[in-house]
Ligand binder design. Structure first.
Ligand code: HEC
Ligand code: HEC
Length: 320
């Protein structure tokens, strides 16, 4: 891949004047990495509900930096303090605001539920020691993730890893082959949102992943409301052939992960195709260089964008 696959990083067009968070986000605190204006606001402070929850929160409470809404406390074990509240003293937001209390995440960050505990710890260490970052300098939340990891104590990393590893990752992205996609916009944080009305645009050679329900995900952060990904016609078949010949040997026949000779191959089946596209580009462009990343570098070397689209579409379509 020569250029950043825009669809994977949540762009329709790359900004003409991008911000450079790789520079802005060098310090100890995490809050300089937080892009302003990325979250919805509600001047009326109306109490909100989501289906199936007894709780009410305003939009400000839903997005509270150090205590974001937990609509369904019965859906998960008690959250460790770092997951529920982050670290205000370091400006590090709660893990739950980005990855959701159930760890299933949004297309612009990623799912952490059901990843092996040791894998999570390894990734947090890689973020912390600079061996993992996003390849896109404009991707503020990617650099914020790195700053959050820099601020974790060993005990906090352990608690968060244990918690997210204990959660099941269940089907969260519906994959549809299509020539067209509903008209959509992109937020400054890399989330695609369906526009109102029934207009469609040509999909072309890209994957467009968006919430099934804009309001439930973007305004209310309902952790039970998932995503739909539109993928090019024929990509699932092509992806399957590529994956069966190149990926299952390490990630397992169903891509649910395995450990071989002490190396953890993470589960990837059913996860966000945008996230998978970014991971493959990041490996290819030297943004992921942790100990285990060497295994991936050879694999991604020759992959072109069209193959990555097919692979990401197929992997995301599988049952986790
Ligand atoms: C500002 C939002 C934000 C917060 C807060 C945040 N993360 Fe992340 N996290 C991200 C993003 C964005 C990525 C993916 C980066 C990418 O795609 O390059 C990520 C990726 C990860 C990954 C890698 C997942 C994988 O499959 O390899 C782990 C593990 C992780 N986060 C754990 C945590 C933990 C634990 C916390 C709390 C201590 C946390 N995150 C807080 C945004 C966030
Ligand atoms: C030689 C073994 C090996 C092969 C073959 C392999 N992988 Fe991996 N893969 C790994 C390892 C090990 C990691 C963890 C890397 C790390 O720790 O950063 C990984 C990580 C990943 C990730 C990132 C997961 C995450 O949560 O961030 C994706 C996506 C991925 N592989 C996709 C693929 C695809 C698609 C193929 C086939 C085209 C493939 N891999 C082939 C070993 C392999």
């Amino acid at each position: 891949m020569d250029a950043l696959p825009l669809w994977a990083y949540g762009y329709i067009h790359y900004p003409t004047v991008p911000d450079d968070y790789s520079m802005r986000c060098q310090g100890e605190r995490a809050d300089p990495c937080d892009r302003p204006g990325g979250l919805p606001t509600d001047p009326t402070d109306t109490p909100r509900r989501v289906p199936g929850s007894e709780r009410t929160f305003t939009v400000a409470q839903i997005n509270a930096r150090y205590d974001p809404a937990d609509w369904f406390p019965d859906d998960h074990p008690p959250m460790p303090d770092i997951v529920a509240h982050g670290k205000a003293s370091q400006g590090a937001r709660a893990c739950a605001i980005c990855h959701l209390p159930n760890g299933k995440g949004l297309m612009q960050n990623g799912s952490v539920a059901g990843l092996p505990r040791e894998y999570i710890l390894q990734q947090l260490a890689d973020f912390k020691n600079g061996r993992r970052h996003t390849a896109d300098p404009n991707k503020a939340n990617g650099y914020e993730m790195q700053a959050v990891a820099r601020n974790l104590t060993e005990a906090e990393a352990q608690a968060a890893a244990e918690y997210f590893a204990s959660l099941p990752y269940t089907k969260w992205v519906r994959v549809v082959e299509s020539e067209t996609v509903p008209l959509f916009t992109a937020t400054v944080n890399g989330l695609f949102l369906r526009s109102e009305g029934s207009d469609v645009v040509a999909l072309g050679q890209r994957i467009v992943e968006m919430p099934e329900d804009t309001e439930q995900t973007n305004l209310l952060r309902n952790p039970r409301s998932g995503f739909v990904a539109y993928v090019p016609v024929g990509s699932l078949r092509q992806g399957r052939a590529l994956v069966d010949s190149q990926c299952t040997v390490c990630h397992g026949a169903q891509l649910r992960g395995m450990t071989l000779a002490g190396v953890i191959m993470p589960p990837i089946a059913g996860r966000s195709p945008s996230y998978i596209g970014r991971a493959l580009y990041d490996f290819q462009h030297g943004a992921r260089t942790g100990v285990a990343a060497a295994q991936m570098q050879a694999v991604v070397q020759g992959l072109g964008e069209q193959e990555v689209i097919a692979i990401a579409a197929y992997v995301a379509s599988l049952d986790p």
